[in-house]
Design a binder for this molecule. Structure first.
Ligand code: COI
Length: 353
């Protein structure tokens, strides 16, 4: 179980903090671990970042048995390294794995390895406003075998990418296209798991959103195409006539850790919050009545992304004049303040390394 560390002899140039793009640059090392039937998870190691070699019959290529996570590390003004609720990501990774019949990792040990990894790569954590080090853990099936059955071998990896905002809009509100025919997930499917196929299955709808001049897709329930689910890269919230609402976890929505944190924050502020079923019709009615005050998405990559426009079946709703609303702004400032150590952490969300 001892973590082996093989340091790279080369050091890559760090990207310019002013123009970080999401997920295109990676640090000098990667964390890996293998799973073999009968042996469990073995050989945890940190090695130089480099391409990996896999058998062409590796099961991940054929039947998509893979899961991933996303979390962030921040460097505080006094040079401490903070992680935001990392135990929640590792728990969710194991829930996703369970759904895809992948063996569980030991969350505590992996968190320990991750901390060692981040200590080694701490210079890769950018400090400029709105930046962080995005941590991407993932697991994939490696057994060379074309049978349709769970693999007997897996690789777990973590790679690190210094990032700024996920959306090209930066902190400006995004436009959203409501998808009426394609389906992201249904109850009983894999929608609550962070598995690769959920994301690639969304590309066709994303193409349509782009054609419509919108940047993201809002998914509706797969059965009636009436109720709001999520955006795919984020969960969604609406402020309607003073009440903050978000779709209830229904077995097909991803259980966002930012979503959970925002609900806790809003409740601690004494706001009127509810998790419930929300139809597109309700949103449209609220819009028509002048009661749709704000809309925003939440996610690790997206942080808090205000929604400036919704395009549903030819009906266009412009929200808060396409400006970031006061609640979105306050949530963004509070959340990132806690994450970066600029504000107190009354909920004990951060873990110092
Ligand atoms: C994240 O927010 O970390 C995600 O995994 C979303 C991803 C589609 C970028």
């Amino acid at each position: 179980d001892r973590l082996e560390i093989i340091k790279s002899t080369k050091r890559k140039a760090k990207p310019d903090a002013g123009n970080l793009v999401f997920g295109k640059q990676f640090s000098d090392h990667m964390l890996m671990m293998d799973y073999l039937e009968g042996e469990g998870w073995i050989n945890p190691r940190i090695v130089p970042y480099e391409p990996i070699s896999l058998d062409p019959a590796a099961m991940v290529f054929h039947y998509g048995q893979s899961v991933f996570e996303g979390l962030k590390a921040y460097r505080t003004e006094d040079e401490r390294i903070l992680l935001f609720r990392p135990e929640k990501n590792l728990q969710r990774l194991n829930r996703s794995s369970d759904r895809l019949s992948i063996p569980a990792i030991d969350e505590e040990k992996v968190l320990g390895y991750l901390k060692e990894f981040l200590k080694l790569e701490k210079d890769w954590i950018p400090t400029a406003e709105g930046t962080s080090l995005y941590i991407r853990p993932f697991i994939f099936a490696t057994e060379p075998n074309l049978s349709v059955a769970p693999s007997k071998a897996y690789t777990f990896m973590v790679i690190l990418s210094p990032v700024g905002s996920y959306y090209a809009e930066g902190i400006h509100p995004v436009g959203i296209y409501v998808e009426n025919s394609y389906t992201r997930a249904v109850r009983g499917g894999t929608g609550t798991a962070k598995t690769a196929g959920n994301y690639s299955a969304a590309y066709k709808a994303q193409e349509r959103a782009t054609e419509m001049g919108q940047s993201q897709v809002l998914w509706l329930d797969g059965v009636e195409k009436k109720y709001i689910e999520e955006v795919g890269s984020m969960n969604v919230f609406f402020k309607i006539n003073g009440e903050v609402v978000t779709p209830a976890l229904n077995g097909s929505i991803l259980e966002g850790i930012t979503r959970m944190s925002i609900l806790e924050l809003l409740k601690s502020w004494g706001m009127n919050v509810s998790e419930r079923r929300i139809s597109m019709e309700e949103i449209y009615q609220a819009y028509e009545a002048g009661q749709l005050e704000e809309a925003f998405g939440t996610g690790t990559a997206a942080v808090i992304s205000p929604v400036g426009e919704l395009n549903w079946d030819g009906r266009k709703m412009v929200i808060n004049d396409r400006q970031t609303g006061p609640l979105s702004k306050k949530l963004y400032d509070t959340l990132t303040g806690i994450q970066t150590g600029r504000l107190d952490d009354p909920f004990n969300w951060t873990t110092e390394i």
